[in-house]
Design a protein around this ligand. Sequence first.
Ligand code: BG6
Length: 507
Amino acid sequence: MSEQNQTPNPLLQGLNPQRQSPPLVFIVFGASGDLAARKLLPALERLSRRRQLAAGFSVVGIARTQMSDEEFKKLALESVPDFGPSWEELVKGFRYISGEYAHPDTFEELKKVLSELDDLYGCSGNRVYYLATIPSLFGEVAQGLKDHGLNQAKDPNSFVRLVVEKPFGRNLPSAQELDDKLHSCFEEKQIFRIDHYLGKETVQNVLALRFANAIFEPIWNRQYVDNIQITVAESLGVEHRGSFYETAGALRDIVQNHVMQILSLTLMEPPSSIDATGIRNEKVKALKAVEIMTPQEVAQQVVRAQYSPGWVNGEPVVGYQLEEGVSSSSTTETYVAMRLKVDNWRWAGVPVYIRTGKRLPKRVTEVALQFQTVPHLSFSQNLVTDLEPNVLVIRIQPDEGVTIRFGAKVPGQDFRVRSVSMDFSYGAAFLEETSDAYERLLLDAMVGDATLFIRSDEVNQAWQILEPILNAWSENAVPVYQYPAGQWGPAEADQLLAKEGRKWRKP
Ligand code: BG6
């Protein structure tokens, strides 16, 4: 077909042109673990399949587990069930180092391997270190890299970056301690704190919806919005991660990071530019406007709970305390709901309700803006059936899209009105398969775009908001309620809204 005859597909217009990593070595600490096999290696495979990795790209895995280069290569292939030929080719050059992070030999060996790879593949001295170890080892690894001169670029044209996985500390002091440690080894601009929610297309769509349209922003404020509800619900339990979850709980595992990120994107002011500094400055400002609760407010505005036995998707499931790796007297919360107040001109008086939990009826993440009711309803009450206030829902997953609920006339002789939905669905509007969150974020780190990574002051501010809650909970000042698995949390969470004349949206 001649070029003139090729009609561009309108559904593909505006999608990203292909980006490519520069030459580099990608070094995974904790390479024998779950995260590497489930997320990192498959994301690298997809990047290689899409030809988004430069010719001089290589991988070094490091972990305490004993493994040979060949065994690591096998693991890299087995982590991706349907790998393509480009992955098979790439994996041939992978290297593996087993060793303790406290031991200088580990880093000496790394130095040697990196220089061999530079010579063999032309990786130009560029490094992206990925900390996929248990969090307690983050500081030790950063120190090891510094002690062996591996924390700095060899010349002004090359780069060294450090990608850090959540959790960023367990509370405010430990997060500050971790930050001090990382900052003593790397500059902030080298540190890329990853939250995979920011890699989700639909989380980024919050920005597009708000700042690429003229019709939403004028009503995105206290004059029109009655309340905001953020839901991060999972139907799964803690799976095989019981012993990890015992040390985390829903507040640390989901609220501190994923919910706070969605919240800041929802509340923030328009940045003057969509880049790392512009966006992150506004996100921090938004988080700073969230009121820090007093202990009395924690008792009134936060509900924690744990799932008891129940039914999910038609199957009976055990309660949290019977999960593998969980103490039979555990008080770890698998559900949190809270009401936040935001002290600024845009949001004063608009409550923000957030909830997250495991073993809820379904997996759904969404942001819903519920608008105020009309000042006067001209229709007689019996003609208005099932009319709710307007709602704008950003569906983050699994059914990605945007819904607007509004009143419409029911066909017929009467002037009956009820709420209907207007839907935009990602799957139907864009043909391109969306990238997985890790795929997107790994490539961003490789090209040095920090827009979708969390800055140190954002982490700090998120902990400031949660610190009073953790303190109140550690003093056992707040009960841990129960909810049967497969239900939308405990009755006390409904009360949180009911006492203000509102209710949770049914996603
Ligand atoms: C992780 C949490 O960060 O996010 C898990 O540690 C949770 O507990 C997961 O299940 C949810 O991610 P997603 O992308 O499936 O919503």
